[in-house]
Design a protein around this ligand. Structure first.
Ligand code: AHR
Length: 509
């Protein structure tokens, strides 16, 4: 009898303890900021097997392909809804001379890829191939110009070659290479990481160079200045001071931020980790929110109307390379931890959609936090792939202002928020994406929906048995997307259980 009392009081205490602790308040009728679909952008660099082997195998390959591009990868990307793709780098961009990659493939010169493994790059994937691939996957192209080792003339001729409808030597050359009409390429990055691999410049020197390059790249409608590394607020301040005063020359400033199991010098393994590295990685992922707030505050001083976009064109988890692989190829596996990391980052971008106009996860195939891994003719979709598929509902939807009250996930005296969330509305459907970072504890969340009468509620979930589960070539569906039952809301309120280490999409109609 005594035992029964004990059990009942533990249950009552548990219920009292968890009820009402976690609340998400949504103001549906105050949705007024668009979540640009470009926030769901990707990045493909000439690095390891991202381009060669991952995307492009050539027309003569035994791997099924369309004009040399892998058919399986094309189909998977279309299914995921990829809105935008950045190319050719990364650090590679500031070594890339675009004229090496046009014309007959047999005649294209080779170069050495100095940043990534010192391998020989035969330039068989160049401007035409990239833009052709973007057309095949229905993605907008975003081209990154070489500032570090390139010239203003080279940059301005590239923009002309791609975008101009005029009669000129560059458009003539394009036509000779088989493309009559110009392509529509809106987004152009001017330099990459020019504080580091893109020339080790000071922000003052880079900003002056930026103004020169941008002046002569008039055909580039949306020009993106190379912004800071992580928390380099001085870089952001100087670039905004020197560049933002000429609004016609700049539409965006980039930000790069990667997350690790510990830090840059101790990246940790992509798989086989225990709860300590699960926690420390997700804690590091949360850094993104503070960075965006601080950089936005600086940008606001020079651009109060928030006309200039914060372009997070490199983000994601960066771990040690898989054992036995080339250290210069940055090949890593991808677990449910990466799904959580992607979910937290994407929720943060959505919630800052007023300033964050684009984001590009690094990188699309076979490099860092990829959505797709390939091995020969095999392909596997990672947990991060399923996050992008699930979050597709937010593309070009209206952000719903929300207020989240969440319990903490505590580990050895440190804590992070257990729940992370964002919400949007599109075509009358409210989409709420939620993640529970806790390794072992389910959480209960009350959602208050103000401003919409809800008739039905449906759900989807991404989760797995263990915190370090991943999809592999012989076990491709260990982590995937499935239906999740959600109770019908009553009087505008909905109670949802978010299982430990999982991500949910709740849709209200
Ligand atoms: O994504 C890998 C590398 O990380 C990129 O080339 C560079 O821009 C960044 O340092």
């Amino acid at each position: 009898m005594k035992n029964i009392y004990l059990i009942v009081s533990i249950i009552i205490m548990f219920v009292l303890n968890t009820r009402g602790q976690n609340k998400l308040n949504l103001q549906v009728d105050e949705a007024k900021t668009k979540i640009n679909k470009e926030i769901y952008g990707h990045f493909a660099e000439h690095l390891g097997h991202c381009i060669y082997g991952g995307i492009f195998v050539g027309e003569n390959s035994n791997i099924p392909n369309e004009r040399g591009f892998r058919t399986d990868v094309i189909n998977a990307l279309k299914e995921m809804q990829i809105p935008l793709l950045r190319w050719p780098g990364g650090c590679f961009a500031d070594t890339y001379h675009w004229k090496d990659g046009i014309g007959s493939r047999e005649k294209r010169p080779s170069i050495v890829n100095i940043h990534w493994g010192g391998v020989t790059e035969d330039n068989s994937f160049g401007t035409h191939e990239f833009l052709d691939f973007c057309e095949l996957i229905d993605a907008e192209p975003y081209i990154n110009i070489n500032v570090g080792s390139g010239t203003v003339q080279e940059a301005s001729e590239w923009v002309e070659y791609v975008t101009s409808g005029n009669e000129s030597p560059m458009t003539q050359l394009r036509k000779e290479n088989g493309r009559e009409d110009p392509w529509e390429v809106k987004y152009w990055g001017i330099g990459n990481e020019n504080w580091g691999c893109g020339g080790n410049m000071t922000p003052e020197y880079y900003s002056d160079l930026y103004n020169r390059f941008a002046t002569y790249c008039g055909g580039a409608k949306y020009k993106i200045a190379g912004g800071p590394n992580v928390a380099d607020y001085n870089w952001m301040r100087v670039v905004m001071q020197k560049v933002a005063s000429r609004p016609w020359l700049v539409q965006g400033v980039s930000l790069h931020n990667y997350s690790f199991a510990h830090n840059w010098d101790n990246k940790g393994d992509a798989t086989g980790f225990a709860e300590d590295e699960w926690f420390s990685n997700l804690k590091d992922v949360h850094r993104m929110s503070g960075l965006i707030k601080q950089h936005t505050a600086i940008m606001d001083q020079y651009d109060q109307e928030r006309r200039i976009g914060l372009i997070v064109d490199e983000w994601g988890n960066w771990f040690q390379v898989e054992k036995g692989t080339n250290p210069g190829f940055l090949y890593q596996q991808n677990t449910i931890r990466d799904a959580l990391a992607a979910s937290i980052n994407l929720n943060i971008f959505n919630n800052h959609a007023e300033r964050v106009k684009m984001a590009n996860i690094a990188q699309m195939v076979n490099v860092l936090q990829s959505v797709i891994l390939t091995k020969g003719d095999k392909m596997v979709l990672t947990p991060t792939y399923y996050i992008f598929k699930m979050y597709g509902v937010h593309q070009d939807a209206m952000l719903i202002p929300s207020h989240l009250k969440t319990e903490d996930y505590e580990y050895k005296g440190e804590k992070i928020p257990a729940i992370n969330a964002s919400a949007s509305i599109k075509e009358g459907v409210v989409n709420i994406t939620l993640s529970n970072a806790s390794a072992n504890k389910d959480v209960i969340l009350e959602i208050d929906v103000n401003g919409k009468e809800v008739k039905t509620a449906t759900g989807q979930i991404i989760t797995s048995k263990n915190i370090n589960d991943y999809n592999d070539f012989d076990k491709p569906e260990a982590v995937s997307l499935s239906e999740y039952k959600v109770a019908k809301p009553e009087k505008g309120k909905l109670t949802v259980t978010i299982p430990a280490h999982s991500v949910l999409l709740v849709q209200l109609k």
